[in-house]
Write a protein that binds this ligand. Structure first.
Ligand code: SF4
Length: 306
C-alpha cells in the first residue's frame, strides 16, 4: 500500500467506530427546522449558533442564516430561529415585541427542564443549577427562575459557598451535557450540604450525552488513542475528550474534521477509537475514515455495547 507519510513505521491499526455518534435527536430536529425555514423564508436571523458545530454553521450561514449578537439587532417583522439550547423568556418577549416570526429550535429535553424550573420557581423553591454559567443552555435556563432564588454551581468549591437553606425548599437541576462521572461528586457534595434538597431525577444529562460517555469509558482501557470529532465550544464533545483522559487513554485529540488531524499522533498506536459530539454530521466522520484509510494501514470496526 502506498503511504503518503512514510517517515513513521506504521503497523496495521484497529480503529473502533464508537456508537452512538453523529447527530442526536435534538440536533437533527433543529437542523431540519433550519432547512424548512430557509425553504419558506430564504433567510432567518439567529442570536446563537443553531448547533455547536463550526463547519455546519459556516455552511448554513452561506445558505441564508444571519447571525447577530443580540435580539435587539434583528429588524422588526423578520424571522428568528432559536438554537437547540433554548432562550430565556426575556428574549422571547423581545422577539414578540418586534413582531418576529419565531422558529423555536429548542431541544424538547431542554424545554422540559425549562418548564420544571419555571414550576419550581413559581412554587417559591430555591433552585440550584449544576452547570457552566457561560453556556447558552444555562444562560437561558436561569431566565426561567426568579433571580433571587437561583444559584449556579459547577464544582464542590462552589457548593461550599452556597448559603444555608435551612427551612427552605430547594431543588437542583443539571445541564444536559455535563460529564456524568465527575458530576457525581458534585451532586453527592450538594446532597451532603443540603440534605433536604430535592430533584426530579438524579441528573438532567440527556441520553445522547450519557450513552456516548458510557461507551468512551468502556473502551478507554482498550485503546491508545481516542479521536473526538466535535468543535471545542461544543460542551458534549469536550466532555467526551475529558472522560477519555479521566479514564486513562494515553492520547486524546479533539478535532473539527480531518484537516485538524496530525497523523504523527498515530506513532506507536495499535488501537484507536473515533467518537463524536451530538452536533457532528456523519459525513465528517466518513471523510475522516477515507482520509485515514488513504494514509494508514488501518481497519475499522463498529463498536457497540449493550
Ligand atoms: S445533546 Fe441532548 S439536550 Fe442537547 S440537543 Fe442533543 S438530545 Fe437535546
Amino acid at each position: 500500500m502506498y503511504r503518503r507519510i512514510n517517515y513513521l513505521a506504521y503497523m496495521a491499526i484497529t480503529c473502533y467506530l464508537l456508537s452512538p455518534r453523529g447527530f442526536c435527536s435534538g440536533v437533527t430536529r433543529a437542523i431540519n427546522m433550519a432547512d424548512q425555514v430557509l425553504k419558506l423564508y430564504n433567510s432567518a436571523y439567529i442570536i446563537e449558533d443553531i448547533i455547536h458545530n463550526k463547519i455546519f454553521m459556516k455552511e448554513i450561514e452561506k445558505r441564508g442564516i444571519i447571525k447577530v449578537s443580540s435580539i435587539d439587532e434583528i429588524p422588526n417583522d423578520s424571522v428568528v430561529m432559536f438554537s437547540a439550547h433554548g432562550v430565556s423568556p426575556e428574549v422571547i418577549a423581545k422577539a414578540e415585541k418586534k413582531r418576529l416570526t419565531i422558529i423555536d429550535g429548542t431541544c424538547p429535553i431542554v424545554k422540559e427542564i425549562q418548564k420544571a424550573v419555571t414550576k419550581a420557581s413559581e412554587e417559591g423553591k430555591k433552585i440550584i443549577v449544576i452547570g457552566n454559567r457561560a453556556h447558552p443552555e444555562i444562560t437561558a435556563l436561569l431566565g426561567y427562575a426568579n433571580n433571587e432564588k437561583v444559584f449556579v454551581v459547577s464544582n464542590e468549591m462552589d457548593v461550599d459557598l452556597l448559603p444555608d437553606f435551612t427551612g427552605e425548599e430547594v431543588m437542583y437541576f443539571t445541564q444536559t451535557t455535563l460529564d456524568y462521572y465527575s458530576i457525581q461528586n458534585v451532586i453527592a457534595h450538594l446532597r451532603k450540604k443540603v440534605p433536604h434538597i430535592k430533584s426530579d431525577s438524579e441528573d438532567n444529562i440527556c441520553y445522547a450525552t450519557k450513552e456516548r460517555q458510557r461507551v468512551v469509558k468502556e473502551i478507554a482501557n482498550e485503546t491508545d488513542l481516542i479521536i473526538v470529532v466535535g468543535s471545542s465550544y461544543s460542551s458534549n464533545s469536550t466532555r467526551l475528550a475529558e472522560i477519555a483522559q479521566e479514564f486513562g487513554v494515553k492520547k486524546v485529540v479533539q478535532i473539527d474534521d480531518k484537516n485538524d488531524l496530525n497523523l504523527k499522533i498515530f506513532d506507536k498506536v495499535q488501537k484507536c477509537a473515533i467518537t463524536s459530539g451530538a452536533s457532528v454530521p456523519e459525513t465528517i466522520i466518513n471523510d475522516l475514515k477515507d482520509f485515514l484509510q488513504s494514509n494508514l494501514d488501518i481497519l475499522f470496526e463498529e463498536y457497540v455495547i449493550s
